[in-house]
Design a protein around this ligand. Sequence first.
Ligand code: FAD
Ligand code: SIN
Length: 547
Amino acid sequence: MSKIIETDVLIIGSGFAGLLAAIKLLESGARVVLACKTYLSESSTNYAQGGIAATTDGGSFKAIELHLEDTLNAGAGLVDEKIAAEIIASSWPLIQELKEYSVTFDYLADGSFSLTREGGHSTARVYHYQDITGKSISHGLIDKLKHLQSLSKDRAQLRIYENKLAYSLIMFDGTCWGAKFIANESGNQPSNASKELTTILAKHTILATGGIGQVFSRTTNPAVATGDGIGLAYEVGAELIDMEFVQFHPTALHLKKESETPAFLISEAVRGAGAILLDINHDRFMQRFHPAGELATRDIVSQAIYRVMQETHQRSVFLDLRPIGKDILEKKFPNIVHKLKDYGIEAFKEPVPVSPAAHYFMGGIKAECNGRTSIPFLYAIGECACTGLHGANRLASNSLLEAGVMALKAAQFITEQNDNRERTMPNTQVQSESMPSYNKPPDLLAVRHAMSQEVGIIRSAESLGKALTLFNDSLITNTYSVENIQAANILLLAKLITASALRREESRGSHFRADFPNMDKKFVCRQIVTREGYTWTNTADQKLSAK
Ligand code: FAD
Ligand code: SIN
């Protein structure tokens, strides 16, 4: 049996993007359903450490120019400059908005923001709360949302569904009308859970489902990051873009038990504060690879660590936090210090073993700044979307910025449009895309392992081909279960990332091909993929903005 619920706006995902969009839409009077896979606060957002990159100087023209310049440099020729300028210009107002929503930041004694610096930034411009900025955002926004809910007299104004997993988008006449959900009962799924299905019909559907880290065996991303929203959009024919670009964070804690997932992140902000990278012989090595040393962009630092690991025949290098000094470490990075202690590592006394891990997805559902996708009334915001801000490599802490700005712009756009869509929702004629169906369960461990080994920091035609063969041989059952739906999405994402990486025969940003180690001018373009196949497009994509 399927329960049917109607609303104005369905938001799938309760990270920064989903929560902020929900708040703004509620404030504008729209009826909102917010659904998430587990519970409201479980998201990548909740684990974000370093902070939000935003302009300083109250958003002066010069500050915007500098932030844009760093973003363009990091993105290795594929940043959409117009989009980047729009998002960066909105960063200062975003910070002001968050302050109003009781999101806590660190301040200096004179009342100004305490700012940190991360790799690729020419100045300190990362707004943060200790090393738990994500918790501050997530909890602040959830409190605000619950407060708005308590003020509303209409119980249908905001409905929150936790433990609901979206498995299919509802399409009618080529446009999106909501999504179908299956109950997610802590992984303990009955094999036929049809009783648990919920249909949510909505005039506007926002995907805010976050990243894809769980497609890799070594990742900093929480278990919810299985790329579901991207899979859902692809299945209904939406355009995806930049799928070959996965960012590997250089410094995830490397434990003996390598399979620990997610790997605990040690924020880049510690390098901004003076931490250094050492090899097994305790020699500093980053200067050999880039004049900016430990503060080079993430692609350069991850690739350098990988090479040093190969040279020294080790599975990790070391991050030495001691140059920061005990007082500052304790004050600015209390979470990192305590977590390391839990793992038996004294950050004040010894260097910490680290190695790169899949961290952020630059690619995703092709979207405008306001979240519009190639499917009418379907929006994508936050990490599942790709606007072109990040190009081939994201500048550190630009993702929370993008998620927040997209949420504000999507909410504003929908508010302006809301009454323009027929109020009568499709009913009996609802056409729903069926779940992806396959024949036998994939060996997910093997798929994830192949992604980290063959489609990781260093790729080649040989390694990518080997991975694709494995993925093409991996099929899953059509049994309805949360596990199978997520597995289908992981497998789909693995195939699309690998096939896109195979087609880009050059090295650029986070995508390094051992068989094509240089940038190639003929690849200053981006790849779009749909169910119909692959096409290349120019960097400042005109098609969407002209729509
Ligand atoms: P998320 O916060 O990932 O939320 C996704 C939501 O979608 C969740 O609620 C999930 O339950 C839901 N969902 C997913 N699939 C489904 C489904 N099928 N059905 C229903 N719900 C679903 N970026 C920065 O800019 N600065 C940082 O300091 C920083 N630190 C980071 C540290 C870590 C450890 C990690 C993992 C990432 C970090 N990032 C950082 C990246 C940043 O946190 C994310 O890009 C950002 O939080 C994504 O926000 P989001 O709202 O798009 O998605
Ligand atoms: C970090 O704190 O190093 C993560 C920042 C980011 O992912 O942007």
